[in-house]
Design a binder for this molecule. Sequence first.
Ligand code: ADP
Length: 432
Amino acid sequence: AGFVAARLAGVAATGLVVGLFIDHVWIGICGALATYLGLQLFRLHQLDYWLRHRSLMDPPDAAGLWGDVVALVVRLYRRKKFHKQRLVEMFRELRRSTASMPDGVVTLNRENEILWFNRTAGELLGLRRRVDTGLRVGNLIRQPEFGRYLANEQYTQPVTLPPTSTEGRWLSMQLVPYGDGQKLLLVRDVTRQSQLEAMRKDFVANASHELRSPLTVVSGYLETLAADPTIDADLQHPLREMRRQAERMTGIVNDLLELSRLESDDGEVGGAPIDVAALLAVLRKDALSRPQPTSEVRVSIESDRQIIGDETQIHSAFSNLVDNAAKYTPADGRIELRWWVDDDGGHFAVTDTGIGIPSEHLPRLTERFYRVDAGRARATGGSGLGLAIVKHSLQRHGARLEIASIEGRGSTFTCHFPPRRLASVAEQRIRA
Ligand code: ADP
């Protein structure tokens, strides 16, 4: 400001000198100031013109204040250009990397409309950039499994979709919510894994099936031999042991067959209402009629709602749990079977005061052939398949198994059924 004032004073003084010279002081001053103003306006116009056509022409060369302003603008412009370029580069890099990702990525907005997708997603889902952007993903991927997954809003696990045509691919889809209701849809080609899995299932099913007939024959002969009174006394013990082992093998083969039946289709089963109270009464009787029964088996029915499901599968799951409780609880222990319903759905719990399970085993307990103590389980005739069967039966009903246990104190196995698996009392009356 001081500089500008000095300039102005200088111009006025020049005007004054010129004015004195031509004898009209004010005209001289005014003329000088007007000229100065004109010059400034010209500079301003130049600057304005340059700013408007910045990309086409060089900056005007001006000295003094205008020069400073021009230099400042040039600097700001350069810096902006630099940042913009970096941002564009970063964006391109990001797009290139997501585009060449082996997994498909689709971004969806709050309404599940497609905002963007990468090349792999386009190939796997048959999406076309111009046509399908902005469309709802549920209208493009029409398999009912996906529709259910989308509606369910439970995205922790991916959903696997079977191929829609003979040479189609198995796709694993997972939604990842982010930001404000937006979602990332990750798509993976799992054809190979699915084929291997199918082969494994087939192999287990076929092998167990093939083992069944020879086993039946062996068991039959062993039975006949055991019943023969002329057999040497020395052979009695080995014969008994052979029969026991043959029985165990039959048990394992039957469990394997049941497991492969449960696995053979992934979808949920339908079914009819199951009378939980009646089922638990039967299970209680079974538990009490074991060779060395637990003395106390209590049943507590706190709801008359029924489970909608496959009676055989539910019976098999529940009886496996009750069997285990009886197997691993001493005769002076106690077992409680409890059925109750709350807002989360229906719950069936088996609590025992048995030997319990060390906590490090809990996460792996439902794996096939997993046993806490192989020696002990063998002695009790366990195959390690029981809980795998329970888990699968429950899965097919949209239910899950929860296991809590304290070593030396006892265990609680709880089956949680979602509300949609419960028949209301009114519904039961209509069916009745
Ligand atoms: P198994 O046929 O050997 O019982 P399961 O799959 O039913 O096979 O159970 C797996 C293992 O879990 C068992 O070997 C046993 O060690 C443990 N287990 C299951 N239920 C109980 C229970 N109620 N109390 C203690 N241990 C249990």
